[in-house]
Ligand binder design. Structure first.
Ligand code: MTE
Length: 316
């Protein structure tokens, strides 16, 4: 992965932690962020640009971290979304060209109910939840993000995979008109990611459609993106148009681009360094001192069983 090392993070990219828990201050903080976007002439990441509203959702404190979320500004202006450029500020500047309505998700492969599903219908018939998760990027930075999403297991049950389905492959939209970064061969487009079926069915795995109570800003992977909180951020593929159930392990974009550097599993693991940098510590965006990275990003109790007996140095 093209990497911007934490030491390269400029001072203006460091902002105070969000004030999410105090609702009044939260509202002030977010409208302040909106104002900052408006005055800077950048794309406003609110739902103003599109008609889709987020339906009611319930909070899930049991599956949420109690750490303070990063500010909306951090979450929407410091992004990896190579379809819009390789710099952290590119997605906020350029992702407005992505048209997220109407949006269909094709479900195919080893499944009883293959179809083109309208996103509206998938969302309407689902129980949305807010989950506050840490996102640990493979580049050794992290954030805390209040996602609103659908448990992936709920959707998979509706699609009814057959017993041959051992993996789930996800594909991002491929349209260089809307995603100008795809005109450059940075990756072999479209972006593809995958999970083993038990990882996909795990209760922590969600498809996010919103954050901070609003529909997902384009730069964060609108209108629907994967979130797998115990894995490095690159697994959490954005702007998904296809979900395919397969018998064999999907060939994922980063593993194809750098097989010695990016594995299929990509579990957060401070003991297994990336060949070019350490994974022992991370820099929480908005903080000065580094934190220790924790195994499975802190979700060991919930997910270690998925990898019992596996050598996580070889299956990185
Ligand atoms: N999905 C697509 N389609 N393209 C990308 O470049 N970047 C990944 C992941 N999903 C990426 C993607 C990486 S490296 C990270 S760290 C997360 O998105 C960043 O998500 P965020 O911008 O919402 O924080």
């Amino acid at each position: 992965m093209l990497i911007k090392r934490p030491a390269d993070i400029k001072p203006h990219e460091i902002t105070e932690p969000a004030l999410y828990r105090d609702r009044r201050r939260f509202l002030q903080a977010t409208s302040g962020a909106a104002l900052a976007f408006a005055t800077s002439g950048l794309f406003l990441p609110a739902e103003a640009a599109v008609g889709r509203k987020l339906p009611d959702y319930r909070k899930n404190p049991r599956l949420s971290t109690d750490e303070s979320p990063n500010s909306l500004k951090d979450i929407t202006r410091y992004n990896n979304f190579y379809e819009f450029g390789t710099h952290k500020e590119d997605p906020a500047k350029h992702a407005h060209t992505l048209r997220t309505e109407p949006w269909t998700v094709r479900v195919e492969g080893e499944v009883e109910k293959p179809a083109d599903y309208h996103l509206e219908d998938l969302i309407k018939s689902a129980q949305l939840e807010e989950r506050i998760y840490r996102l640990r990027c493979v580049e050794a930075w992290s954030m805390v993000i209040p996602w609103v999403g659908i448990p992936l297991a709920d959707l998979i049950k509706r699609f009814k995979p057959v017993s041959r389905a051992k993996f789930v492959e996800f594909t991002t939209l491929h349209d260089p008109e809307q995603m100008p970064g795809q005109r450059r061969a940075v990756l072999d487009w479209p972006y593809v990611e995958g999970l083993r079926m038990d990882e996909a069915m795990h209760p922590l795995t969600i498809l996010a459609v919103g954050l901070y109570g609003k529909i997902l800003p384009n730069q964060n992977g609108a209108p629907i993106r994967l979130v797998v909180p115990w894995k490095y951020g690159f697994k959490s593929i954005k702007s998904i148009v296809k979900i395919r159930f397969t018998e064999t392990m999907p060939k994922t974009s980063w593993a194809l681009a750098g097989p010695a550097e990016y594995g299929f599993y990509a579990n957060v693991n401070p003991a297994v360094d990336h060949p070019r940098w350490s994974q022992a510590k991370e820099r929480r965006i908005g903080e000065f001192l580094k934190r220790k990275t924790v195994m499975f990003n802190g979700y060991t109790d919930a997910v270690a069983g998925l990898y019992a007996g596996m050598d996580l140095r070889r299956n990185f």
